[in-house]
Design a binder for this molecule. Structure first.
Ligand code: PLP
Length: 448
């Protein structure tokens, strides 16, 4: 069970040391707790559904390392696979058998034809876009533009760190394509090659494609959004996405978060998608650094050394990472009831949160699919938040206080309103009961 301690002295001391030598004291921004306040907990160890911090406090974990740990932390099959691989060396810089095995497994599970491994999700999406441009520009068609959706996150490559201009798709005259970079250091010239559209707005996408479709190399999307909080696509939006293929653009499903999470074939399997290319990360590496992109053989054969689109990686196909990915995917495949169990837990969690919030008179709007869930702190019907604009109406301060209330009661929720939480196979009814009890108290505390 959870074991809370009021002291955060060790985390504070480490955070101070970290800030002196690392920007913001963390190696990935959201870990710094900036949007919820307080001291980020420095984690000492993780087993099953639990994290233990350096002050000895134990938490039920709903982040799962931001998605990869679908089996829970320190799963015996994954640990054994890594230890076994370790006996034979940690990196070869030459091909090995495990890369072939994982590629065979991934292509079989996902119905794709060829796959290339990278070391992160960012590399996967970045490489898929270069490939899409290389492929669609054969003979100099001039296809250079990428379309992405507001509030979708595809890693931190320059062309993907592009903010949606809020009126972009409703005011097409002149503004189209004038997306602003969402990070310093991204040249406007790069950002101008990325057009941004509102998620779940099929008419806007159709209009954009009618105007600029001949210049579009690819449309990249999160098939279920996790990075604006959970947003679920409508069938009409999915149909519009598939229409871009008729216009000669490639459809790229970014399944870095949803791949092997929503089903063995990710959101693609669950929602019946037909992307040309798919990107993976997180679960595919079982907690070690792996990303991948794959899809149609005729497109993938454009990648070097077979084709003219260059992409490489010193640690790509790393034997330890391949071993962790293989063990994770094989364990998922061997347990046919696993996705139903994850969903059943998450449904009960969602229902419990709705009930607890209503009792405390705190308005929330819950979006849930499979084992992904976000309670948006706003007064809207459950399931009705469909895009970034709606999501951003949430009371982030209220969420932050609720997050702190959970943390102090031993529940480690995602430290931002605009994230999904992830349930793992290690979460049982005992963790569910403890979570709902803490959630009830944290909601009640908001209005007291
Ligand atoms: N794409 C999606 C949908 C993601 O959620 C993420 C990371 O959260 C990425 C890409 C980037 O992956 P990575 O952090 O491994 O570079």
């Amino acid at each position: 069970m959870t074991q809370t301690t009021s002291s955060t002295a060790q985390s504070e001391a480490l955070f101070a040391r970290a800030r002196a030598v690392t920007p913001g004291g963390v190696n990935s921004p959201v870990r710094a707790f900036k949007s919820v306040g307080g001291t980020p907990r420095f984690i000492r160890e993780a087993h099953g559904a639990y994290l233990t911090d350096v002050d000895g406090a134990r938490y039920i974990d709903y982040i799962g390392s931001w998605g990869p740990m679908i089996l829970g932390h320190d799963h015996p099959a994954v640990r054994e696979a890594i230890s076994d691989a370790l006996q034979y060396g940690t990196s070869f810089g030459a091909p090995g058998e495990r890369e072939v095995e994982l590629a065979e497994l991934v292509t079989r599970l996902t119905g794709t034809q060829k796959v290339r491994f990278t070391s992160s999700g960012t590399e996967a999406t970045m490489s898929a876009l270069r490939l899409a441009r290389g492929f669609t520009n054969q003979g100099g068609t001039g296809r250079k533009l990428i379309v992405k959706f507001r509030g979708n996150y595809h890693g931190h490559a320059d062309g993907l760190l592009v903010e949606a201009g809020s009126g972009l798709m409703t005011n097409l005259d002149g503004a189209l394509g004038a997306s602003a970079p969402s990070s310093a250091g991204v040249p406007e010239e790069y950002a101008a090659l990325t057009l941004v559209c509102e998620y779940n707005d099929p008419a806007a996408l159709d209009t954009l494609m009618a105007e600029r479709g001949a210049e579009v190399a690819a449309v990249i999307f999160e098939p279920v959004v996790g990075n604006a909080g959970v947003l679920i696509p409508t069938p009409e939006f999915l149909a519009a996405l598939h229409r871009v293929q008729e216009a000669g653009a490639l459809l790229i499903a970014d399944e870095v978060m949803t791949g092997f999470r929503l089903s063995l074939n990710g959101a693609t399997g669950l929602l019946g998608l037909r992307p040309d290319l798919t990107c993976w990360g997180k679960i595919i590496g079982g907690g070690l650094p792996v990303g991948a992109y794959g899809g149609r053989a005729d497109v993938m054969d454009f990648v070097s050394p077979q084709g003219p689109v260059y992409q490489a990686g010193t640690l790509s196909g790393n034997p330890l990472a391949m071993a962790a990915g293989l063990a994770t995917l094989r364990t998922l495949e061997a347990d046919p009831g696993l996705y139903e169990r994850l969903e059943a837990y998450t449904v009960r969690l969602a229902d419990g949160l709705k009930e607890a919030a209503a009792e405390a008179d705190v308005p929330i709007s819950v979006n849930r699919i499979g084992s992904m869930l976000t309670p948006f702190f706003q007064d809207a019907p459950h399931g009705s938040v469909r895009n970034y604009t709606q999501a951003s109406r949430s009371d982030t301060q209220g969420f932050g206080r609720w997050f702190q209330g959970l943390l102090s009661r031993g529940i480690y929720w995602a430290p931002s309103q605009f994230e999904s939480i992830f349930v793992s196979a290690s979460h049982t009814s005992a963790e569910l009961a403890a979570t709902l009890e803490a959630a009830r108290a944290a909601f009640a505390a908001l209005n007291s």
